[in-house]
Design a protein around this ligand. Structure first.
Ligand code: ZN
Ligand code: ZN
Ligand code: ZN
Length: 143
């Protein structure tokens, strides 16, 4: 159930309100129930996302600007993580999966983060990383 379903249910309901004779009471009741169900589903979806804590930085995903570790460490090398890009942003400018803002670091486990090694695959599923020991680190660059 996504936003589009909710909008279409709301539209159906408005047609009923504008033109009450267009539908029989049973049909109106059906639309009403569908609308309430979809509203509840949407609310739950938003709540579950807002209350998700990142295992990496420990922040609530929607209260932080982004994650706080810039590098992925693997096999003794460091790779700069790929930041939130224009693709898949919400209208608030956040990554639709993890909530990090454009230009910030994705939270751990986000399905939009690209692999920092090949820069092509999806980080969480990329062949470069699967089966390897991976950790996130901050490297002091000011030295
Ligand atoms: Zn994080
Ligand atoms: Zn993300
Ligand atoms: Zn890769």
């Amino acid at each position: 159930m996504d936003r589009q379903d909710l909008i279409s249910a709301a539209r159906d309901l408005l047609i009923v309100v504008d033109n009450p004779k267009s539908l029989c009471p049973q049909e109106i009741e059906k639309i009403r129930i569908r609308f309430i169900k979809e509203l509840e589903a949407e609310k739950e979806r938003q709540l579950s996302r807002a209350s998700k804590v990142c295992v990496n930085c420990g922040f609530y995903m929607l209260s932080a600007n982004g994650c706080d570790t810039k590098y992925i460490a693997m096999d003794g090398s460091y790779y700069l993580r790929i930041l939130v890009e224009e693709k898949g942003l919400t209208k608030e400018g956040r990554c639709h999966d993890c909530g990090a803002f454009l230009g910030k670091i994705h939270h751990m486990g986000c399905d939009m983060e690209r692999c920092p090694i090949c820069k092509k695959g999806q980080f969480i599923t990329c062949d470069c990383i699967i089966g390897k020991e991976v950790s996130t680190v901050n490297v002091n660059e000011e030295r």
